[in-house]
Design a binder for this molecule. Structure first.
Ligand code: UDX
Length: 455
């Protein structure tokens, strides 16, 4: 919304939330999320044509278009638990709009929703007894965290789905007009409602599938002596494959990939397409296996006993340049190490310590009888986190991890000292030179021997 406000000075944008704390933060100097470049844009337009308020009813009445961006987490109970999206928030928002609106509105799905939700929501909205007409559009968001401002300013495409009726076409044209302020028209795609909704799920499923594909190959590389980065580079040069999203890792995280694939799986199952469902579900299974493989490797290399050993996790966010920890592989790895009663030391440049604690509670990671404070310590200095540890495990690909003085880190650690690079970002030859035992995703494990000697 901040980017729309920046590019469309002729449009007034009002962001509303039922949570006053959240709105207060959006109106303050410290925004509630860290996203490179966001502060500048918000500060430039806030109070001019971008407003944050809890006065939801006034904003509904005043607006011609309403973007609904509520969260749609995976259902935890009832039909489809563990896979289907929970649409409660979306339906509540739609019902509230229907109740308060004083004239026709265009309601836009920004949240990622299962196919045909727009259809149901259209019915909910148009069931009002005041005969107010609502037109519904699907306009999925493709931005990625950490690069959001660039993704929004120069999007690969804008996707707008709507009904194939006169009113539907008119609504689509109005939203196209908004984006045309800064996006070239040929990049604005219009489709029917369901194609648009499905495309979002499919885009995320394809992206995640690439990661699971290369992660599966990383396991093969570790055994056979190939280097997964060389394989990624070699296949990525084929223009039909392309170079992006081929970084083998400790596993993908984030609020979207797993949730959206599970949603797709649920959809397929509910239409009787069991083989299609199993095909996509395998992307998630492979991701879980990769996360487990990484933590198992730590346990195995530390002589199958990590009880009481300090292990430093470098990075807790699900990727670099964000403080977001949703579905981060760090949680999975930490949980697994805790089951073996390791002592976990966490350092992340952007994640709030309170968030880490909250995540451990939410995911119930502490084994029975173990207190968080006794097993997990959060550091604001990476050197202190590594001190007296047996291993440093890189979970997030923060650039600053590449710049540390690893000789100093090595000197302060228990010996033998291990590095587990879950992102393949460190200089492994240099680390081995210092004396570390190095394990990296998709590289054969070498203990002070040149990997090239492995044949
Ligand atoms: C994703 C989609 O990219 C975006 O288009 C959609 O709108 C929302 O979901 P996001 O979750 O912010 O965005 O992050 P993304 O950059 O896609 O990374 C997701 C996860 O995959 C991260 O944990 C990342 O570290 C991991 N990843 C990504 C890899 O492990 N290897 C890669 O090559 C790329």
């Amino acid at each position: 919304m901040a980017v729309i406000a920046k590019h469309c000075p002729d449009i007034k944008v009002t962001v509303v939330d039922i949570n006053p704390e959240q709105i207060k933060k959006w109106n303050s100097d410290k925004l509630p999320i860290f996203e490179p470049g966001l502060d500048d844009v918000v500060k430039a337009v806030r109070g001019k044509n971008l407003f944050f308020t809890t006065d939801i009813d006034a904003a509904i009445k005043e607006s011609a278009m309403i973007f609904v961006s509520v969260n749609t987490p995976t259902k935890t109970t009832g039909v489809g638990a563990g896979r289907a999206a929970n649409l409660r928030m979306w339906e509540l928002a739609a019902r509230h709009i229907a109740k308060v609106a004083n004239g026709p509105k265009i309601v836009i799905e920004k949240s990622t929703l299962p196919v045909r939700t727009a259809h149901s929501m259209r019915r909910v909205l148009n069931a009002n007894d005041r005969k107010i007409e609502f037109e519904i559009l699907s306009n999925p968001e493709f931005l990625a965290e950490g690069t959001a401002m660039g993704d929004l300013t120069k999007p690969d495409r804008i996707l707008i789905g709507g009904m194939n009726t006169d009113a539907g076409k008119k609504a689509i044209a109005q939203l196209v007009w908004v984006y045309k302020h800064w996006v070239p028209e040929e990049r604005i795609l219009t489709t029917n409602l369901w194609s648009s909704e499905l495309s979002k799920l499919v885009a995320n499923a394809f992206l995640a599938q690439r990661i699971s594909s290369i992660n599966s190959i990383s396991a093969l590389c570790e055994i056979t002596g190939a280097y997964v980065q060389e394989v990624s580079r070699a296949i990525g040069f084929d223009h039909r494959i392309g170079p992006y999203f081929l970084n083998a890792s400790v596993g993908f995280g984030g609020s979207c990939f797993q949730k959206d694939i599970l949603n797709l799986v649920y959809l397929c199952e509910s239409f009787g397409l069991d083989t299609v469902a199993a095909y996509w579900n395998q992307v998630v299974i492979m991701n879980d296996w990769q996360k487990k493989r990484f933590s198992m490797k730590i346990i195995e290399k530390l002589f199958n006993t990590i009880s009481g050993k300090k292990i430093a996790l470098y990075g807790f966010a699900f990727k670099k340049n964000t403080g977001d920890t949703r579905e981060t592989p760090a949680l999975f790895v930490a949980g697994h190490l805790l089951e073996e009663r390791a002592k976990i030391a966490i350092y992340d440049p952007k994640v709030d310590p309170e968030q880490v604690k909250h995540d451990f509670e939410e995911y119930k990671l502490m084994p029975a009888g173990c207190k968080f404070e006794d097993y997990v310590t959060i550091y604001n200095d990476p050197y202190a986190a590594a001190k007296e540890s047996h291993a440093v495990a890189v979970i997030t690909e923060w650039d600053e991890f590449k710049t540390y003085d690893y000789s100093k880190i090595y000197a302060s650690m228990s010996k033998p000292a291990f590095v587990f690079d879950g992102r393949n970002i460190l200089d492994h030859a240099a680390l081995k030179q210092i004396g570390f035992d190095v394990f990296a995703i998709g590289k054969p494990f070498g203990s002070k021997i040149s990997m090239d000697d492995l044949s």
